[in-house]
Design a protein around this ligand. Structure first.
Ligand code: ZN
Length: 177
């Protein structure tokens, strides 16, 4: 993906930061930019820090020599999660993983693979049944709203091992000669 840094166009990352009331610091740009360019991957704190460090040294991503210490990084991730730009999940090993907020989370039922940690919409796999799930979820939200609950959001997720990972694990081993 080429970076189109034409001066006429506002930077989409800057726009997102502003729209969510965050300061457009070099560190914030770096972290959010990283998540947005890896939308299918979720990272632990340590994985993200390692990824950013290698990206910085390889490409000079941190323009102006942005150095991200651990505390700054953790704070940034917290802020980005609070404003809904990142999704935080606790995986099967009880480790927090962060990911750019996937579109799939907002409405459709989606699937979280516990092996590759990919997040994918389930509409294709479930065909018409996905619409039933979504309708049920919306009904539940409306019922709660009618009772006075506010600021509701819903994360309709199915967890398990995706077909790709299950297939990879089930590949029959070559019979030893
Ligand atoms: Zn998987």
């Amino acid at each position: 993906m080429a970076s189109t840094s034409t001066p006429a166009q506002p930077d989409p990352i800057d726009a997102l930061l502003s729209a969510h009331g965050l300061r457009r610091t070099g560190a914030a740009r770096l972290v959010l930019g990283w998540f947005l360019s890896h939308p299918d991957t979720s990272y632990t704190h340590a994985q993200l820090q390692a990824a950013l460090q290698s990206a910085e040294s390889a490409h000079g991503v941190g323009e102006g020599g942005v150095t991200l210490d651990r505390v700054t990084l953790y704070r940034l991730i917290d802020r980005l999660t609070q404003v809904g730009l990142l999704l935080c999940r606790v995986d099967a090993k009880r480790v927090r993983r962060y990911q750019a907020m996937p579109e799939s989370v907002k409405a459709m039922p989606h699937f979280e693979c516990q092996s590759c940690h990919r997040d994918s919409p389930l509409t294709g796999a479930l065909q018409g049944n996905a619409m039933d799930l979504e309708a049920a979820a919306q009904n539940a939200l409306q019922a709660l709203q009618a009772l006075g609950y506010q600021g509701l959001s819903l994360d309709l997720a199915v967890r398990g091992v995706c077909a790709d990972c299950a297939g990879a694990a089930a590949v029959p081993k070559a019979v030893a000669p």
